[in-house]
Each structure stands twice: as structure tokens, then as C-alpha cells.
Design a protein around this ligand. Structure first.
Ligand SMILES: [Zn+2]
Length: 301
């Protein structure tokens, strides 16, 4: 069934300059590549945002991982540091839409309690098989389908410049901090993905489960603010740290500084994630809401 073999894989670290696990892993693999090398494909390693790493910040001018929509890449007036880096990286690994790279794996950390999460921004049998394989080999992994209804051109994530692309997102870890367990989980998930590609390429996938659970992004929630856009509350302690745990309609999600609880006003069970992610404070984003999804094994359809 693998008629479209993956000829090469790019592993990217340091797209955000203060997410250290991917930076240290990619730098390590640049010196010792055996753990990321497989027979059936080439592996390329890339550090994405040197200037942001230098100053230990997410970015210098703007978020690099929001610069890869086809429109932004084609807009030559967008020329600040990250916008320029995006165009250079797109030439190296892409170009988007006609990519020379079979799979881009972009390594990220989050301050949220998401554990090891495989973020999948596109649909397709390759991703379905990968998700089932990864969860079969590493059951603690959560599969997060992030706006997988959008066309690839619309997506602004770095990983979408490959023919396929995923994000390995692991937390919780503070910005600029290196944590053993988080780094280990990132290395392990990357290894499992590479093993999957090797098996996919050589038509030697093991027997895969009929389906696996996943979460699908619905929308983001912003922190409660006043008419001047000043915050008047914070994420409720019942929700804090409970990424991918159910929240029912009417349950508290925010607490205002004057002591009021703000409750979730939707009418279906939701599963918040990226809860209280430090990098999203710029935009007052409090959390992303998901529904549950099931990924079916395409070879059994
Ligand atoms: Zn990141």
C-alpha cells in the first residue's frame, strides 16, 4: 500500500528559540546521527531560528511558526528576521506545495501539561497509519488533529512545507528550561515516527489496530478581559494542568480577580489543551478546545 514512499525526512529544532529539548536533540543528532538514520530514507537536521536561540526567546521579530502560509511565503514585502528565515527554510526543505522533503518533523515544547503530543495538521492515510502506529508503540502519546480541515496552503506552520508534516509537542516545561523526561519523550516519539516511516517505506508495517483515539481542535478561548482589553481573571484551578480532560457545559473555566467563576457556556463536552500556554499570553489565549475523534485504520476500510 505504500505507493508514495518517503525519500527523505527533515527533523527541525529551535523553530521557537526558548524550547530547548528540540534544540539540544537536533544539535546532538548533528554530531551522532545513528539514532535518526534509517535505511530507506535520508535524514536532514535543521536548526530553524538561530537569532531567537541566541537570545533565548520564542522569536526576535515575529513567530516563525506562523510564517509558512503560501500567501506569506509568496509575499516579498514580509522581510523581517523570521519572515526571511521562513523563505530560506522553504527553499531548503520545500518549496511548499512542491516539496522535495517527504516528511518534516518539527520539535516543540509547551508550558502546558500536554505530555507527548503528536500534532497533525493534515488528513490522509499516511497520517492515520502513523497515528495508530505511534500510539501502539507509545500509548502515552496524544494525537491532536489541528485544523486538519484546512488546505495545506492556508496552514502557517513550518511542518506544512513538506509533502507531509507533523509537530512533536511535549510538555509541561517552562520556557528556556531543559527537562529530562520531556526531552526523553521527544526523542522517543521522534524515533517511533522514524521507525514508522521505515516500516511504511518497506511495506513492513506490523499489524495495526483498527482505530485509535484522538482529539480535534474546535476553537480557542481567550482570557476574560475588560473593555480596555486588560485581563480580569485567570484560568480556573480546576482546569489548570488538566489538558485533554473533559469539561462539561456549566463547569468553571475561569476565575475573575473579584472572585467570580466563569463557566463553560457551550453545549457539548470539550477537552481543553494548550491550557495557560505561556507563549500565548501575547494574544490573551487561555486554551484550545477539542472534541474527541477516532482515527480508523485505512487499510481496513
Ligand atoms: Zn513551539
Amino acid at each position: 500500500m505504500s505507493n508514495n514512499k518517503i525519500g527523505n525526512v527533515a527533523i527541525v529544532g529551535g523553530t521557537h528559540g526558548n524550547e530547548l529539548a528540540g534544540i539540544y536533540l537536533v544539535n546532538h543528532w548533528l554530531k551522532n546521527s545513528t539514532t535518526v538514520t534509517r535505511e530507506s530514507f535520508e535524514t536532514q537536521l535543521l536548526i530553524a531560528n538561530h537569532n531567537a536561540i541566541e537570545v533565548n526567546k520564542r522569536y526576535v521579530d515575529c513567530d516563525l511558526n506562523r510564517q509558512f502560509s503560501a500567501a506569506s511565503l509568496n509575499d516579498s514585502s514580509l522581510g523581517n528576521y523570521e519572515q526571511s528565515r521562513a523563505k530560506v527554510i522553504n527553499q531548503q526543505l520545500g518549496p511548499k506545495g512542491d516539496s522535495k522533503t517527504g516528511l518534516v518533523i518539527d520539535l516543540h515544547n509547551t508550558t502546558s501539561n500536554m505530555g507527548p503530543t503528536l500534532l497533525v495538521p493534515q488528513r490522509g492515510e499516511f497520517y492515520d497509519l502513523m497515528a495508530i502506529y505511534v500510539r501502539q508503540h507509545m500509548p502515552e502519546v496524544i494525537v491532536f488533529l489541528d485544523e486538519d480541515h484546512k488546505t495545506n496552503d492556508e496552514h502557517h506552520l513550518l511542518c506544512t512545507i513538506g509533502q507531509h508534516g507533523v509537530i512533536v509537542e511535549v510538555g509541561p516545561v517552562p520556557q528556556g528550561v531543559l527537562k529530562h523526561e520531556v526531552t526523553e519523550q521527544m526523542a522517543e516519539m521522534t524515533k517511533v515516527i522514524l521507525d514508522f516511516v521505515e516500516a511504511y517505506n518497506s511495506d513492513s508495517l506490523p499489524e495495526l489496530n483498527a482505530e485509535t483515539d484522538a482529539f480535534r481542535f474546535i476553537k480557542s478561548l481567550t482570557l476574560p478581559v475588560d473593555e480596555n482589553n486588560h485581563r480580569i481573571g485567570m484560568v480556573h484551578k480546576n482546569v489548570e494542568g488538566s489538558d485533554f480532560k473533559a469539561v462539561q457545559p456549566g463547569e468553571p473555566i475561569f476565575k475573575t480577580f473579584d472572585g467570580k467563576e466563569i463557566c463553560y457556556d457551550g453545549n457539548e463536552t470539550v477537552y481543553p489543551t494548550f491550557i495557560n500556554e505561556a507563549a500565548y499570553y501575547d494574544n490573551n489565549l487561555a486554551m484550545s478546545l477539542c472534541t474527541k475523534a477516532v482515527i480508523k485504520n485505512p487499510s481496513l476500510k
